[in-house]
Design a protein. Structure first.
Length: 413
């Protein structure tokens, strides 16, 4: 696997663009994005599990039901959620507007929105600028960058990646962009993620690969315990790499080396985006990885790791570089997982080194100064050992700082 440049425009046949249409009033920033494939694409998506779903999510679920897409249109600055019939009409209007410009069917476009909930989407601003959006399409990294900037809200860092792998002697590329900084919690984290690939792959195999990747990445990400109304991860595959079509997938009974290669590459892309989102959590100063090893099952390891990673007390301790390992055990204890506390070990690791602070559920003699040095780095890992099995799982989070309250206390103003 090789990391390359170009983002969603790295795979053959994809274009992207972004413009400012005025949804973010008073801000000179792009707020309308477009990703487009010249060819028909196999497509798959995963959406928020929140019962309160934005109009864009409901419309996109309808449009992707047949596993085929050509375009993604997305706006920032307005979530178009909890906006009733006006919101549904606006979301469908977005799909129709871009379909007319691209000469495709409205059902071939996914619609995405992100921003403030409960405010009517100014669809007129999008309508007035839809031709300019099409004109912004480019097949290079500049097009990717313009689109990425247009989906960002409270993000302070760009989140994108592109890789290439070889399948059946053909170079296959995967490119991706994501936004997400706050309201992030499994399942499936608060985010928009758009992935393109020139792989030839069936819709069923693509859907299975995406769900596997999401479960091992975005569903293991937590910032603040809030799952949004607008989450979606969408992937489009146009087949222009001309590899033999990938058809095998988990549970299919078909042995397909191409699927294994593609699935690993897609998982890598999603994990890297997950880490970027955790590092850019609202007000965050540190990326936290919680790793549980020695578990009897993957499910138990995930449950325990998520509980520790989601704990406000654990997150604030990390912010203060306080080796308060008791908070880790406490969070494990209310996770709902069955484990033996007397067999748990806890340690901390960073670029400054590693230290064990708990063994067999009790404290060990350790240097508080050394622990503080390790926990003061920008990337830290909480190591939890169970000594009961062979499963190992990582979950990603961030610390909880004073700035989180500042950002969210005046979000609408």
């Amino acid at each position: 696997m090789k990391t390359i440049t170009g983002g969603v425009c790295a795979p053959k046949g994809f274009m992207a663009g972004g413009i400012r249409c005025g949804i973010k009033q008073g801000l000179q920033k792009n707020d309308l994005a477009l990703i487009y494939s010249k060819e028909f694409c196999s497509a798959a998506a995963v959406f928020t599990e929140n019962k309160v779903k934005a109009a864009s999510v409901l419309v996109s679920q309808e449009n992707i039901a047949n596993g085929k897409l050509r375009a993604v249109i997305a706006n920032s600055g307005n979530a178009n959620a909890c906006t009733g019939k006006h919101g549904m009409d606006a979301a469908r209007r977005m799909a129709h507007l871009i379909a007319d410009e691209l000469s495709i069917a409205p059902s071939e476009a996914v619609v995405a929105s992100t921003g403030v909930i409960g405010v009517p989407l100014p669809i007129e601003a999008i309508e007035k600028n839809i031709s300019a959006l099409k004109a912004s399409l480019r097949s290079d990294e500049a097009g990717h960058t313009a689109a990425l900037e247009a989906i960002m809200t409270t993000d302070t860092r760009k989140k994108d990646i592109a890789v290439e792998v070889e399948i059946d002697g053909k170079i296959v590329r995967i490119g991706a962009m994501a936004k997400g900084s706050g309201m992030i919690h499994p399942n499936m984290a608060t985010m928009l993620c758009f992935i393109t690939t020139d792989a030839a792959i069936t819709p069923s195999a693509l859907d299975c690969a995406l769900r596997y990747a999401v479960n091992h990445s975005f569903n293991r990400l937590t910032v603040d315990g809030d799952t949004s109304t607008n989450d979606m991860a969408v992937i489009m595959a146009n087949g222009e790499a001309e590899n033999n079509p990938v058809i095998g997938y988990q549970g299919s009974g078909i042995k397909n080396r191409g699927y294994e290669i593609f699935c690993r590459a897609l998982e890598h892309v999603c994990v890297e985006l997950t880490r970027m989102m955790a590092r850019d959590g609202e007000g965050a100063t540190k990326l936290i990885t919680v790793t549980v090893s020695g578990a009897q099952s993957e499910e138990k390891a995930v449950l325990l790791a998520k509980s520790a990673a989601s704990s406000s007390l654990v997150k604030t301790a990390c912010f203060g570089a306080d080796a308060n390992w008791g908070r880790v055990l406490c969070a494990m204890g209310y996770s709902g997982a069955d484990f033996d506390p007397s067999k748990v070990s806890v340690g901390f690791r960073s670029s400054a080194g590693e230290i064990q602070v708990c063994s067999e559920g009790q404290t060990v003699n350790f240097s508080e100064e050394r622990a503080k040095e390790i926990l003061s780095r920008e990337e830290i890992e909480i190591l939890i050992g169970l000594s009961e099995g062979n499963y190992k799982v990582s979950v990603w989070s961030c610390d909880l700082s004073y700035d989180y309250i500042k950002i969210n206390g005046d979000y609408r103003s």
